[in-house]
Design a protein around this ligand. Structure first.
Ligand SMILES: *[C@@H]1O[C@H](CO)[C@@H](O)[C@H](O)[C@H]1NC(C)=O
Ligand SMILES: *[C@@H]1O[C@H](CO)[C@@H](O)[C@H](O)[C@H]1NC(C)=O
Ligand SMILES: *[C@@H]1O[C@H](CO)[C@@H](O)[C@H](O)[C@H]1NC(C)=O
Ligand SMILES: *[C@@H]1O[C@H](CO)[C@@H](O)[C@H](O)[C@H]1NC(C)=O
Ligand SMILES: *[C@@H]1O[C@H](CO)[C@@H](O)[C@H](O)[C@H]1NC(C)=O
Length: 344
């Protein structure tokens, strides 16, 4: 019964395909998709056919928001002249996932109400290169990527970042933040992996960092020291950058950079005279342009042995007062996997 019906079944399928092969109707489907698109895109913006839930409204000199129709999930409004956001701006798209507002003139005082908190699925919020003076908020707890670089931010209201359990990335570089406003604000961010506070006005490291950070960047500040055991709780920290600060030997407790998870440490462009002690697992160590005059093997290897050696592969010591002759013989035993030691 089953076998005898098979040929008929095949014939039936072929028939369907043949019908489509010989009687296509491209005009109708094209017309239909255009109709559908025009109903989900503001006229001045662009919604790609292959990515219809995205709306691109970049480079349009817009001073106010375009009409944002239902169905848009990814909204790009880069390089415009937006100065504010009305409370109802996203009333049709409360399930917006990405909101990209880079290169506008947005000011905190012109961002009305709880406009971001109402976006119940928001994952990315980028407001880089704007006129913000404060971190925006309140923010929805779905947020995973917050980027507010190149503003004039000097303030974070203490509970702005509270409850953002999925926030993994924060870019705050090129602002005017001082440590006072930062203390404790990152504390509850248990998913935070990446925090960039480079190019701010920190003279001290902020207190209360969350424990799961992988990457922590403080380049180009005015930090002169590190509190004892500061990195103690950060058990998975891999990349730490403190270049272009004012670190001196007296600001660095003896084992503060001996962090066993660390892969890369950048202490270049500071005022160090000695090489801070690091863990045997560190791979890249940047110390160029300091005032180092002495090479201490103990900074890399407490003891040297068959299994006791440093994993440093790149070591930069150029721009210091140290030459190849200053390296003791046991250096090569300790740094036995180094492929590059720059001295000049
Ligand atoms: C929401 O959609 C309606 C109907 O399409 C439209 O008239 C209105 O301007 C939209 N609102 C915003 C803020 O874009
Ligand atoms: C934003 O900042 C730029 C550069 O500092 C300035 O020219 C512009 O007038 C500011 N816009 C507003 C709305 O304040
Ligand atoms: C956080 O992310 C997880 C996994 O994607 C998701 O299941 C959860 O609902 C999110 N929590 C919030 C508050 O958005
Ligand atoms: C770094 O600290 C560990 C203990 O956490 C210690 O065993 C190791 O010798 C230290 N490294 C150096 C180079 O002193
Ligand atoms: C560099 O070191 C040499 C010898 O260690 C010393 O004589 C010289 O004064 C140092 N130069 C500077 C600029 O510190």
């Amino acid at each position: 019964m089953y076998l005898t019906s098979l040929p008929f079944f095949l014939f039936f399928i072929t028939g369907i395909f043949c019908q489509y092969d010989y009687e296509p109707n491209p005009d109708f489907s094209y017309y239909f998709s255009m109709l559908e698109l025009s109903s989900v895109c503001a006229p001045e913006c662009h919604c790609p056919i292959t990515y219809p839930s995205a709306m691109y409204c970049d480079d349009l000199k817009l001073k106010s928001f375009p009409i944002i129709p239902k169905g848009i999930k990814y909204l790009y409004l880069r390089n415009n002249l937006l100065e504010g956001i009305e409370d109802n701006a996203f009333e049709n798209v409360t399930d917006l996932e990405w909101l990209i507002l880079d290169n506008n003139q947005l000011k905190n005082s012109n961002i009305k109400g709880k406009v971001f908190a109402k976006l119940k699925n928001l994952k990315k919020l980028h407001i880089n290169h704007n006129n913000l003076t404060e971190v925006v908020g309140p923010l929805p707890s779905t947020l995973d990527d917050l980027q507010l670089t190149h503003n004039q931010i000097s303030k974070i209201t203490p509970n702005t970042l509270e409850g953002l359990v999925n926030l993994t990335v924060i870019h705050l570089q090129h602002n005017e933040l001082t440590e006072g406003t930062l203390s404790g604000v990152f504390k509850g961010l248990k998913s935070l992996l990446y925090l960039d506070l480079s190019n701010n006005k920190l003279t001290k490291l902020p207190t209360g960092l969350p424990n799961n950070l992988l990457m922590l960047y403080f380049d180009h500040n005015q930090i002169s020291g590190v509190p004892d055991q500061y990195f103690q709780g950060l058990k998975v920290l891999q990349y730490l950058r403190l270049s272009h600060n004012k670190l001196t030997d007296s600001g660095i407790p003896s084992n503060v950079f001996n962090i066993s998870s660390l892969v890369e440490l950048d202490l270049s462009y500071n005022q160090l005279k000695n090489i801070p002690t690091v863990n045997e697992h560190l791979e890249n160590y940047y110390l160029q342009v300091n005032e180092i005059t002495k090479f201490s093997v103990k900074s890399f290897c407490k003891v040297v042995g068959i299994l006791a050696y440093s994993r440093v592969s790149h070591l930069r010591l150029d721009g210091n007062n140290i030459t190849r002759e200053d390296l003791p013989q046991e250096t090569y035993n300790c740094l036995r996997v180094a492929t590059e030691i720059s001295l000049k």
